[in-house]
Design a protein around this ligand. Structure first.
Ligand code: AMP
Length: 567
């Protein structure tokens, strides 16, 4: 069976195509959403999900989150006594989802469709594939997140013909995609986005505002305190989606600091971010050669679209209300499972066809001779595949070296929309071997092939000899070689992972510890009492006793959060 995975900045989900529709799979604590957080404790092993997220506030030095933003950057993260690449941390999350699916479906799962932000570049896509391989997955396809969301909506749609705009604001990325649907065919017309804009940036704005109000510099708080303040900012941001003001209490060194913010102020503080949302929408509409009035439906995807400022902006731009029919947290994973069903040629999806586009322009650098052989204009971008071309696509053109007598033709591959390569993203360097010819320049045919997963392959053919070289990447920073992936896979196999059937208990202890740090006085005492009660129950190793204690603690925590004791 092929599963569909939404590997998110904040949360990740796994789903499979059931009898006639996609179905989400629960994790070990019974949730569909697994926070993309990893805790490294050598004694108890690696812990993934909600427990790790709670430990982020009490043990930030041993815990990591939001590492999707660093995929493909080469940046190593120190977590506890060990160092990990962002790909390895994502691999832990993927491994945990894999275990959930295997438990639920009762079979070994290897094949997966994994969603990525449409605006993820080639390096980030390859990093996602590497993470999946390290986790033991065989990636059958990468699917763009808004396309996945549209697939889920397409299956769910009532009418057969419509043009819709999917706005996907997740934790770390922003994508906008325009699709046309007619008689079961879903065609992506255009995609645009910002790979470095997401809900987390809105949380950072609240966190900075609180730091300032408390009289601290941006990095003026110790890590653990900063992590708690940020978690509070996150909670307050979510409250602001349903109420005009929100407040909370920050506890530090035995003192309570009440904090409050209104939605109006929040929207003022984040105005710069909101402005960045408009540009990709305008670009997608113009690339699709449409006007706002021609968009029939607006679909909001990603947790951060719950902020009223986003739906208000859409209503203002398109003069109609966006739709929220499917849960914005679930829809990408559901769509990835529909794509998995399509790959499996599932009977229920016989009528459905999907086409996607390459959301950005791909090309390489060239130099131009100006007045003479030594007067060169270098670093010019030569596009080969233009943005919003339907994929898969293969395009080639011939390039001529500047002078004869060389043994190699060196080209750098870039992605972007700027006329000079310095303003675009470099995704690889290549050297095409050419036969030595002191008299004439040897022409080379350069071919780019962009597949349905959005992964690029580059071939160079020497025109005079017909010799083809599959161009070898000259170590772009952030890219892992197949040997490295294999090594990391083996290394990860040896790392101790927290036993799945004990995750519920670990999660509860993490939550109690986090709440303990966040409270004072009587509430703190009661949390401490519950913690002790639960630890005693754990020591009995009696499943029924542990279960009963866990239920009692969970009810108590529910009661406390219901009575706003933590606000
Ligand atoms: P996703 O990547 O789709 O899981 O989206 C995660 C982002 O959605 C995070 O930045 C969350 O803070 C944000 N988010 C989730 N729920 C809400 C809410 N109720 N209001 C505002 N933002 C939210």
């Amino acid at each position: 069976m092929i599963v569909g995975i939404d590997l998110g900045t904040t949360n990740s989900l796994i789903a499979a195509f059931g009898k006639d529709k996609p179905v989400l799979i629960q994790n070990a604590v019974g949730d569909f959403l697994t926070p993309s957080a990893v805790h490294n404790n050598r004694k108890n092993g690696i812990l993934v999900g909600q427990a790790a997220l709670d430990l982020l506030t009490t043990e930030p030095q041993n815990t990591a989150a939001r590492f999707k933003r660093r995929m493909g950057t080469n940046g190593v993260l120190q977590i506890g006594r060990d160092q990990f690449l962002p790909e390895e941390l994502s691999a832990f999350v993927l491994k945990s989802l894999k275990a959930d699916a295997e438990k639920e479906l009762g079979e070994t799962i290897e094949d997966a469709v994994i969603s990525v932000p449409a605006y993820f570049n080639d390096i980030q896509r390859k990093a996602t594939i590497a993470a999946a391989q390290i986790a033991g997955f065989n990636v059958r396809r990468l699917i763009n997140e808004p396309t996945a969301a549209a697939l889920a909506y397409g299956l769910h749609a009532k009418e057969n013909e419509s043009t819709f705009l999917v706005v996907d604001l997740g934790g770390g990325t922003f994508d906008v995609t325009i699709l046309e649907m007619f008689s079961g065919v879903m065609e992506v017309r255009a995609s645009a986005g910002d790979a470095f804009l997401g809900g987390e940036d809105f949380t950072d704005c609240i966190c900075s505002y609180f730091l300032k109000s408390l009289g601290y510099e941006e990095d003026g708080l110790p890590n653990a305190d900063h992590a708690r303040l940020r978690a509070l900012a996150e909670k307050i941001k979510q409250q602001l989606s349903s109420s005009p003001t929100a407040n909370g209490v920050f506890v530090r060194e035995g003192t309570e600091y009440p904090l409050t913010i209104s939605r109006t102020l929040f929207e003022e503080l984040t105005e710069k971010l909101t402005r960045r949302i408009r540009l990709p929408i305008q670009r997608a509409i113009s690339d699709a050669q449409l006007t706002p009035a021609q968009i029939d439906r607006i679909i909001l995807v990603g947790g951060a679209t719950r902020m009223p400022v986003i739906s208000n902006l859409m209503t203002k731009l398109f003069k109609r209300f966006p739709e929220f029919d499917l849960n914005p947290d679930h829809v990408v994973a559901l769509g990835a499972a529909v794509q998995a069903g399509l790959l499996e040629r599932h009977k229920a999806l016989e009528e459905m066809v999907m086409t996607d586009v390459c959301p950005f322009t791909l090309g390489h650098d060239i130099s131009r001779i100006l007045s003479g052989p030594n007067d060169l204009e270098t670093g010019i971008f030569a596009p080969l595949i233009e943005r919003n071309t339907t994929v898969p696509v293969s395009r080639s053109h011939i390039i001529t070296p500047l002078r004869p007598g060389g043994r190699h033709l060196a080209i750098d591959i870039y992605q972007g929309e700027a006329p000079y390569v310095k303003d675009n993203i470099k995704i690889g360097s290549y050297n095409v071997p050419i036969p030595y010819n002191p008299k004439e320049c040897e022409n080379v045919d350069i071919r780019f092939t962009y597949d349905t997963s959005g992964v690029l392959e580059v071939l160079g053919t020497v025109v005079s000899t017909g010799v083809v070289s599959k161009l070898i990447i000259e170590r772009t920073p952030g890219q892992m070689s197949p040997q490295e992936i294999k090594q990391r896979f083996t290394a990860l196999e040896r790392i101790k992972i927290h036993p799945r059937d004990e995750i519920k208990n670990a999660a509860l202890i993490a939550r109690l510890n986090a709440e303990y740090e966040n409270t004072l006085g009587q509430q703190r005492q009661s949390i401490s009492d519950w913690l002790v009660t639960f630890e005693i129950a754990l020591k009995t190793h009696d499943k029924r006793e542990i279960e009963a204690a866990r239920k009692a603690v969970e009810e108590h925590l529910q009661f406390l959060s219901g009575s706003n004791a933590f606000e």
